[in-house]
Design a protein around this ligand. Structure first.
Ligand code: FAD
Length: 426
């Protein structure tokens, strides 16, 4: 839910400083300092957690399992779609992580035996663990929208995992005639990066405005409200008047089916044929989480908010997009914060101690144009078995800020990305 109350930046920083301090408390002493921790998934959550574990207790044997040799980051991938950035600027290798004293195994995890505490790998080998961390991100649900299967992504890209799909959507926009219709189908909550579809709409409109100004962009939405809604809608009016139309769930925006052969999106209220169709389908936790027995009937992983241990699979912790983190949105910022809190809890558990109650921060920046940033921030702590918003902390950018303020927030967005990727992969 959108945080509607606003606080001053100073107040946010004060709460935030407390949260940061929670993540940086002194290391515990270890009864089992040579314990083995396996981390599955070398993205924002998994790579952050593996590194934090090694930093907290260098004697731990930490293994990071990730099949790809290069990680392609989603934050700022909307800029690639809009022709404002290269895909290479989104890509990071694992060499520095491997050099930091942990083992990187370039394999996919294919099996988890929670009773025997083993992870099976695609090459037939296996790893044993004392504690396992899962951060596999999301899987796209190809059973949720009739007609939208894996083959359909070649015609109607989701671009919700950065890489080839990002480039395909970019190419389709470049090939489109001036006057064409671009349609974005946005899913219901919860899904990866709640403000992402609306940032994408802005940056595609930024491209169309200068190169194909007679074109239109339609957002068909499976919900009635969305993150930073007022700020986005103000930006659409200010920057792209008449170009972006948003159709909410109650106005008939939910896409039920698609026809890739004709690029048609089908709702209860009618059909829309697009020149470029970006279909962002519903999602669930990456499949290995289900194999490990960590997902519930929502398709996501319920966790203990102090330790991030799965509520259904003992000794298995889940961070990042795959977990149900209460009020915390599925973002790279959240994944990184959860990963550090989880690493700290695992280190304490392995030493026989009781993990301290964490406080976590999330800030999601979005760009409405390259020099126009907006943000939403929150602070979260365990409450009634979930990670709940800390009352009075967090908020969104002011609705009436001058353009210099928006330009500064665009700079902060870039600084955040540089900082987090240097911390995780540098
Ligand atoms: P990921 O970062 O996706 O990492 C998952 C990793 O697990 C992958 O490398 C994958 O290969 C690996 N994996 C999966 N299965 C296995 C397996 N079986 N064995 C081994 N490895 C496996 N967040 C922000 O904070 N700010 C933003 O501005 C922002 N912008 C975004 C824009 C877009 C368009 C999108 C789509 C997302 C954006 N996000 C943003 C969200 C962010 O990308 C995710 O929330 C974040 O990547 C989640 O981290 P994660 O570790 O859960 O998953």
């Amino acid at each position: 839910m959108e945080i509607t109350h606003r606080i001053s930046r100073r107040e946010f920083c004060r709460v935030g400083a407390g949260a940061a301090a929670t993540a940086a408390f002194p290391p515990p002493t270890f009864a089992q300092s040579t314990a083995r921790v396996v981390v599955i998934g070398g993205g924002f959550g998994g790579a952050s957690c593996a590194r934090a574990l090694k930093q907290i207790e260098p004697k731990l044997q930490v293994t990071l399992v990730e099949p790809n040799r290069t990680f392609t980051a989603c934050p700022f991938s909307n800029n690639v779609i809009a022709g404002l950035r290269s895909l290479e600027a989104q890509q990071f290798g694992y060499d520095k992580i491997a050099a930091s004293g942990l083992t990187v195994v370039a394999q996919a995890a294919t099996a988890v035996n929670a009773a025997a505490r083993t992870v099976g790998l695609a090459d037939g080998t296996s790893l044993t663990y004392d504690r396992l961390v899962l951060s596999p991100g999301v899987d796209l649900r190809f059973d949720a929208l009739q007609g939208y299967d894996e083959a359909a992504t070649a015609k109607m890209p989701h671009a919700w995992k950065a890489g080839e799909q990002t480039l395909l959507l970019r190419k389709q926009l470049e090939a489109m005639d001036d006057g064409g219709l671009v349609v974005i189908a946005a899913p219901a909550n919860p899904f990866r990066c709640p403000p992402g579809p609306y940032e994408r709409a802005c940056l595609i409109a930024h491209y169309l405005k200068s190169k194909k100004p007679r074109s239109k962009l339609l957002i068909l939405d499976a919900k009635d409200t969305f993150s930073k809604q007022r700020l986005f809608q103000n930006a659409w009016k200010e920057l792209y008047p008449g170009m972006i139309e948003w159709v909410s769930l109650s106005q008939g925006g939910k896409v039920n089916a698609v026809d890739p052969a004709t690029n048609t999106l089908i709702t209860d209220f009618g059909n829309h044929t697009a020149q470029v169709a970006n279909v962002i389908p519903p999602q669930r936790a990456g499949r290995i989480a289900t194999i490990a027995g960590a997902t519930d009937n929502t398709g996501w992983c319920a966790i203990d908010p102090v330790t991030f241990e799965s509520k259904s699979a003992p000794n298995i912790h889940v961070v990042g997009d795959a977990c149900l983190a209460g009020g915390m949105p599925k973002s790279a910022f959240s994944a990184n914060a959860q990963a550090k809190a989880c690493a700290r809890a695992i280190a304490t558990l392995l030493s026989g101690g009781s993990p301290a109650t964490p406080k976590l921060i999330n800030t999601c920046y979005s760009l409405a144009a390259p020099d126009y940033g907006i943000s939403i921030a929150g602070v979260y702590q365990p409450k009634n078995g979930l990670l709940a918003d800390v009352e009075g902390a967090g908020g969104v950018s002011p609705a009436d800020a001058p353009r210099e303020f928006r330009a500064r927030e665009a700079d902060y967005a870039q600084s955040w990305f540089s900082t987090v990727t240097a911390e995780v992969f540098g």
